[in-house]
Structures are given as structure tokens and as C-alpha cells.
Design a protein. Structure first.
Length: 102
């Protein structure tokens, strides 16, 4: 269950802020991720995606916003790791689908 904290007690550097972006900014962000993946693959390192953790220990409830926000803990989805390769492939496919829609 998410921790209960007031808006003033939450350190802004300890939470993930989701910014509203227009379609051009989203496309540019997806292209930047694709370039990083290509660079990792060309360097023969496979590829890894940096993903915010959605674990219960990383969730903070802010009553003033009536929202649960994510903390700053992050994890990696490494394509070369057998346990994580399926999730990395799915995440990459979602990026591809979003890119094609935009």
C-alpha cells in the first residue's frame, strides 16, 4: 500500500513527474530511445531500458492531489537477461506502435 504523505512533505526530487507533451515531443523522445538502443546493440552490449519501478514500496499517496505518485526508484529491462527479455521486447514493441500512430 502506498505511503501517505502531504504535498509539502514530498521531496520533488524523490518523485517522478509526468510532463504533458505534444506528439512531436513524444516522437522525438521515442527516436532518442531508439538511437540509444541502436548504439548499445552496435557496441555489442545488447540493450537495456530504464523503467520507473511500480512496486508498492515506490508509491506515495499525496492526499492534496488525491493521487498516487511514483518515487524515483528505477529498474532496468535488459534484453540479454532471460527473465527480462520478454518485458524488454514488449516495451520496445509498444514504443514502435506509439511511434507508428504518431
Amino acid at each position: 500500500i502506498a505511503d501517505l504523505k502531504s504535498l509539502t512533505s514530498v521531496d520533488s526530487s524523490a518523485i517522478v513527474e509526468v510532463a504533458e507533451m505534444n506528439s512531436t515531443e513524444v516522437v522525438e523522445g521515442i527516436e532518442a530511445v531508439a538511437v540509444r538502443i541502436a548504439q548499445q546493440v552496435l557496441a555489442k552490449r545488447g540493450f537495456a531500458l530504464d523503467i520507473p519501478s511500480r512496486a508498492a514500496s515506490n508509491q506515495i499517496y499525496v492526499p492534496e492531489l488525491d493521487r498516487i505518485v511514483l518515487g524515483n526508484k528505477r529498474g532496468q529491462r535488459n534484453f540479454l537477461n532471460v527473465k527480462e527479455s520478454r518485458k524488454a521486447a514488449i516495451t520496445t514493441r509498444v514504443l514502435q506502435l506509439l511511434y507508428s500512430v504518431l
